[in-house]
Write a protein that binds this ligand. Structure first.
Ligand code: SF4
Length: 348
């Protein structure tokens, strides 16, 4: 048996029974692939089932508003995925009468679909021979062939693609892609791969030369930006001030409370005394509470949120893209995770 046959046999016998794998409908496969990017399968599964329940087909998804889709996505992170998913649904419905692409190129032309996703979907749905290269596949291939260059260089990407194509089963490309991904996620894992019970151990160059720990090549450490956000929670008896975020920063398209950002941690008292605060809230407001929330980690940033509850404000807040809404409506707007936790604690 060659490597491909062994991986397919593993997949057939031990592959996880996930709901989108049963009938390979394009909508279900597309949705699962977008949700599972940068998401653990157990968490992704919950969101997938919720989405299918609320939007059972592409027409229902295209009909939803952007805010509704973002609320469904709340907590999953990387919100541009949700915005692109929604945009793509509208294109499929409005420009193609709800008919899905039939090949790699067609899928790749849709918003939010890169090389990996187009390859994965077209191989699974359209049975097209395309190699889907995600982090799991890069890891398995780097060990199998003892590849000591990064897949993120142009030369490395080409080499990994060649190796993947050398293994792919042309009769079952979609199953092969899922098999190698699954093997990377469950057996050939980043730390302590289960080499002892590995079915492709004899084919694995890194294992044969006793150098598994050297592969894949370690990534360079990324620099993390720390951000100190002092949220101004402007309250009236039944109202609260919110605004929609712009498109040039994290949490694109979500809502938030206006905030003052500092380069370092400062005493909230300094924020309240600042010119920026006075411009927003006036000088005669009262501070109702100060809540320091836990640090929130993103891939390249650490967010340190502090919430300052304010009443009796009269500054220029209306000119800062802000609007007052009824407190009872807070649950109707999508917020980033740290704000959701705060809102749930105080207002819901
Ligand atoms: Fe991965 Fe170990 Fe198997 Fe090689 S022998 S493919 S490193 S699990």
């Amino acid at each position: 048996m060659n490597i491909s046959q062994k991986l397919l046999e593993y997949y057939d016998k031990q592959g996880r029974e996930l709901p989108w794998r049963f009938d390979k409908k394009p909508y279900n496969i597309w949705l699962s692939e977008i949700i599972l990017q940068q998401t653990r399968i157990d968490q992704g599964l919950i969101y997938y089932l919720r989405f299918i329940d609320r939007y059972p087909n592409v027409f229902a998804l295209a009909k939803a508003t952007e805010d509704e889709v973002l609320i469904m996505w709340q907590g999953l992170g990387y919100y541009s995925r949700a915005l692109n998913l929604h945009k793509a649904a509208k294109i499929i419905v409005n420009e193609n009468e709800g008919v899905f692409p039939t090949d790699y190129r067609g899928w790749k032309a849709l918003p939010g679909i890169g090389d990996y996703t187009a390859s994965a979907i077209s191989s699974i749905v359209n049975n097209e021979v395309q190699a889907a290269l995600d982090g799991n596949v890069f890891r398995v291939l780097s060990r199998l062939f003892a590849i000591d260059i990064s897949p993120h260089t142009s030369g490395g990407r080409k080499l990994f693609r060649e190796k993947a194509f050398s293994l792919i089963d042309i009769n079952r490309p979609g199953d092969f892609n899922q098999a190698i991904m699954e093997y990377g996620a469950r057996v050939c894992v980043p730390q302590n791969p289960d080499c002892e019970h590995c079915i492709i151990q004899k084919d694995c160059r890194a294992f044969v030369i006793n150098q598994v720990h050297k592969f894949p090549l370690k990534k360079k450490a990324i620099s993390i930006r720390k951000r100190y956000l002092y949220y101004l929670v402007l309250l009236e008896d039944t109202g609260i001030v919110i605004r929609k975020r712009g498109t040039d920063d994290i949490w694109r398209g979500l809502y938030e409370f206006p905030f003052i950002e500092c380069l370092n941690e400062v005493n909230p008292e300094e924020i309240v005394q600042s010119e920026e605060f006075a411009e927003f809230c006036g000088r005669s407001c009262s501070i109702e509470f100060v809540e320091q929330a836990r640090m929130h980690k993103l891939s390249h940033q650490e967010i340190f949120p502090v919430f300052i509850g304010i009443k009796g404000f009269n500054g220029n807040w209306k000119r800062k893209r802000c609007k007052m809404i009824d407190l009872k409506m807070l649950g109707d707007f999508p917020f980033p995770k740290p704000l959701v936790k705060f809102i749930q604690k105080y207002f819901i």
